[in-house]
Write a protein that binds this ligand. Structure first.
Ligand code: C2E
Ligand code: MG
Ligand code: MG
Length: 701
């Protein structure tokens, strides 16, 4: 038999007894046992240092050792192997003593038969195996508990700690050895993170209620050294096999990261990324709450709807990065200008909304608004730029101008529009007619979105006339909207809305193409070849696609470039002189004409004119209209004509309505005119008919 094979070791000096035992075990009914026999303790000790012994049959009285000492020596070397004592009746006391010291059982040599001997051995071996299995299982559980990320603590039924895993040791600051036997609440100090109050002991609850106890969402664990960690925990009772509660176990983990993530996420969901001000969502929340409060306490609150004036120009000319920084600077000033308890929020773009809770009366809101306007008057320094920016403010008051958030916001918005129309850099209180206007605006904007698709736009054409000869020198294409329910709408009723909503871009593209197509069609009919002028608004001019659009329109319609003229207003030209100049040169390179429209109403800095490759100045109709009223308009008209002539530009007068006006313009040597005195804008058919007459000159007298 190999040294390490499984076997029962018999240590017995008496050869008769050992022969008897061997024979009994070899015959055993419940399976033969492998047996190894030694006659001395010395040999026995030597044998058990090697593995494979499943049980020992030991006679305490051997040739080299006697009594309990024999057991002690053996046990000291290996206490794991179960030992059965073989004893005669005379030494029964020693056998009993051995049992107290750890032997499994004793057998009286005179009384045992083969059957009971083998059964006794089998029993101790099985018990040993079960214990080993239990030990292994315990060890495995221990390893598992220590390797999981969660902390685990268990208590007995009295609530005293029986076990902590490594994570629990770390999180509580209590090593298992010290914690064992301590009341659970000494080791586990749990408070509500919000109220700072101590939370009820979850273990006792689990024991008392005999069921799992869920977590308090604000649980904070205080470590032995005072360090605090938010945790998530759940406790459950422990039962014995009979189903009786014997203690409780709590499992918990650190949620600092998850909780701070949640906080970050909820912050970013409610705040604007650029300025860190509350966003629309949070404002709506606060507004709803404040309204409810104001309602109960019969107080007033005010909404200030704020929009930066000409912010788009700043963004376009200085770039988005500067634009963003300017918004941050504006946000700071707005916040500094109101009380801490008021809410300054950013709605997006260049729109801010301030909620003033608890204003005494409308005047107080007006006072706040003028204070804000004056803080804006100072220049903003963004990088190395000094930027002037003004704002327009619309104010609505609860409950006078609305009793719900939506109405108050809408009305403040309408008032803000009014402030814009009123020259910007001012504030306006909401009035009912503003609401009507806002509704109208919305109605038209919705309609505009459909209009292109439904072919609701048409062009009318108005002749430009040589003021000396009366000959038609050109035409201006003017858009009209055939509204499905309102009938024919003029540009003043919708162009601004189109510009503000960006719809002007596709609309302008349509106008350009349609004008080119019409001009080319007239050429094809053999009618007088005159240039066609198209109005381009500032939004369109700033589009990168402008040049391409013009080239495409010309190429696809076959109109020669010299027959296309574009009309731009002074303000468009002045927005970003450098890029404007290069676009204008590119337009000239294409071969088209450029006119400055509504000249005299813009910045009137005439000195810039020679920088730009323009062909025509169109004197604004307001000067022409009032020329004969003696308010200086006549002088301005003369000056513009003189300037234009000096710069070798064609000068054209808009809005010529009377014989007097014509005579004055003629005397001043204004080359061209346009106005109802000659002809109003008419549709393409009527214009073609006029062009088709044999003499296309108007009678000037
Ligand atoms: P504008 O370019 O200065 O066009 C001249 C305006 O004066 C036209 O108004 C024309 O009908 C009007 N008018 C013509 N003769 C007389 C007259 O004798 N007396 C008076 N008081 N007015 C006269 P309309 O067609 O209502 O267009 C208004 C403005 O809308 C235009 O001013 C132009 O700035 C803009 N607009 C027109 N069509 C377009 C377009 O297709 N695109 C863009 N972006 N703007 C357009
Ligand atoms: Mg025009
Ligand atoms: Mg004009």
């Amino acid at each position: 038999m190999a040294d390490n094979d499984e076997c029962v070791l018999i240590i017995e000096s008496d050869p008769v007894s050992s022969t008897f035992i061997r024979a009994a075990l070899a015959d055993a009914r419940d399976g033969p046992f492998a047996i190894h026999t030694v006659a001395t303790l010395k040999d026995g000790l030597a044998r058990i240092t090697r593995t494979g012994i499943k049980a020992i049959l030991l006679n305490l009285f051997l040739s080299d050792s006697e009594g309990i000492e024999t057991f002690n020596k053996l046990y000291a070397v290996n206490s794991q192997i179960p030992i059965l004592i073989l004893s005669d009746q005379q030494h029964e006391d020693s056998a009993k003593l051995a049992i107290q010291r750890g032997a499994q059982d004793y057998l009286l040599t005179g009384l045992i038969d083969a059957h009971s001997l083998s059964r006794a051995i089998r029993n101790v071996m099985q018990r040993q195996m079960a214990e080993e299995a239990l030990y292994l299982e315990k060890e495995r559980a221990q390893v598992t508990l220590n390797s999981i990320g969660d902390a685990v603590i268990s208590t007995d039924i009295a609530g005293n700690v029986t076990y902590l895993n490594i994570v629990a040791e770390r999180m509580t600051g209590w090593p298992l050895a010290e914690a064992k036997g301590q009341p659970f609440t000494t080791v586990f100090h749990l408070i509500d993170g919000v109220t700072r109050e101590r939370l009820t002991d979850p273990m006792i609850m689990a024991i008392n209620e005999n069921q799992s106890v869920g977590l308090n969402i604000n649980s904070v664990l205080i470590r032995r050294d005072g360090f605090e960690a938010p945790i998530e925990d759940s406790a459950a009772p422990i039962h014995d096999r009979g189903g009786h509660v014997t203690g409780a176990v709590i499992v918990f983990h650190d949620v600092s990261e998850a909780r701070s993530m949640v906080q970050k996420m909820s912050h970013s969901a409610q705040h604007d990324y650029l300025t860190d001000l509350p966003n629309r969502l949070l404002l709506n929340d606060r507004l709803t709450q404040t309204i409810a409060l104001a309602h109960r306490s019969h107080k007033h609150l005010a909404i200030l709807f704020i929009d930066l004036d000409h912010f788009k120009d700043i963004n376009d000319t200085m770039g988005h990065l500067i634009g963003d920084k300017l918004l941050q600077s504006v946000a700071k000033r707005l916040s500094a200008a109101v009380r801490h308890s008021d809410t300054v929020s950013r709605q997006g773009g260049d729109e801010f909304i301030i909620l003033l809770n608890d204003v005494e009366h409308a005047m107080a809101a007006g006072y706040s608004a003028s204070k804000i306007l004056s803080t804006m008057a100072e220049q903003h320094t963004v990088d190395e730029h000094n930027i002037d920016v003004t704002i327009s403010i619309g104010i609505s008051i609860f409950p006078e101008d609305g009793t719900d958030a939506e109405t108050l916001l809408k009305n403040a918005d309408a008032a803000m529009y009014h402030a814009k129309e009123n020259g910007r850099n001012n504030y306006q209180f909401f009035k009912q007619d503003m609401h009507d206007k806002a509704v109208e605006r919305l109605f038209l904007e919705r309609g505009l979105r459909q209009a292109l698709m439904h072919n609701e736009f048409i062009l009318h054409f108005q002749p430009k006339v040589n003021l000396q000869t009366g000959v038609i020198t050109g035409s201006e294409a003017l858009i009209r909207w055939l509204h499905p329910t309102r009938g024919l709408l003029l540009p003043e009723q919708f162009i601004k809305i189109a510009e503000e909503s960006g719809l002007i871009v596709p609309i302008g593209q349509w106008v350009l193409r349609e004008a080119c197509r019409q001009a080319r069609a007239w050429h094809n009919l053999g009618l007088a070849r005159i240039p066609i002028a198209v109005n381009i608004s500032s939004v369109e001019f700033r589009q990168e696609t402008l040049l391409d659009n013009i080239r495409t329109a010309l190429a696809e319609t076959g109109l020669e470039p010299q027959y296309l003229e574009i009309e731009l207003t002074e303000s468009v030209l002045l927005q970003n002189i450098e890029s404007t100049t290069s676009v204008l040169h590119a337009l000239k390179d294409i071969g088209i004409q450029i006119a400055i429209d509504d000249f005299g109403t813009g910045y009137s800095s005439l000195s810039y004119l020679h920088h730009f490759p323009v062909d025509t100045l169109k004197i604004d109709q307001s000067f022409v209209r009032d020329m004969d009223k003696g308010n200086g308009e006549a002088t301005i008209v003369s000056a513009i004509i003189g300037l234009g002539n000096n710069l070798k530009l064609r000068v054209s007068a808009e809005g010529v309505e009377t014989q007097n006006q014509l005579a004055f313009l003629q005397a001043e040597r204004c080359e061209e005119g346009q106005g109802v005195y000659f002809a109003p804008p008419v549709d393409a058919q009527a214009f073609a008919t006029r062009l088709g007459t044999s003499n296309i000159a108007y009678n000037l007298h």
